[in-house]
Design a protein around this ligand. Sequence first.
Ligand code: URA
Ligand code: SF4
Length: 228
Amino acid sequence: MDNATRLQYLEAMGIDVWLPRASANHEQAAAPDAIAGNTLPEQIDNWETLQAEVAPCTKCDLCKTRTQTVFGSGNKNADWMFIGEGPGQSEDQQGLPFVGKAGQLLTEMLRAIDLDREEVYIANIVKCRPPANRDPKPIEIETCKPYLLRQIALVKPKVIVVLGRVAAQALLNTDEPIGKLRGKIHALNGTPVVVVYHPAYLLRSLLDKPKAWADLELALQTVKNIKG
Ligand code: URA
Ligand code: SF4
């Protein structure tokens, strides 16, 4: 039963249903169940709840060494979502994703396909910086990934661009090497996913820049095809 139908039933039963103001702009809509005391069959998520959960999170060991969690930034209704691995030192200090050197190159990569940072949504697989920038461990990825999946469900992007091997393998649940993952369109719950080399890697390996460019083009075509 959808929420509108449920609301009609409750009102027909003479139950006065008060909805939070946020529901007027579709930010939150699960109140009728809560008021009727039912379990929620399809809890509807929202940004405030999610952000409030992530900020103090201590679900994995990365919480012990972080300065702060790095939730994500950008347009919450973006067509494009970019997903990295995890915060580095600058991100950990500023609380924002991709603000260090790799972030500068990411900004340039966006400009190359005519996108502004404010136009897209940027997040990471893990929200806390791994010590000395080591790869996040599988248990840390598994523990943190549900937050990212909730962000994806809220943004509903037309395309997901996943940056680098670690993020790609984590998001797509695979052990395939990045050379095999790039260059094609994957899917995550029906959303197209394109794998691109991580900007930090491209800073070291200039020879792979043309491949990254080709992959961004592939993502661009994917969005255009959806629009057209
Ligand atoms: N590298 C990442 O994967 N994410 C960031 O936010 C910064 C650097
Ligand atoms: Fe929580 Fe994710 Fe940080 Fe681990 S990395 S403490 S799961 S927010």
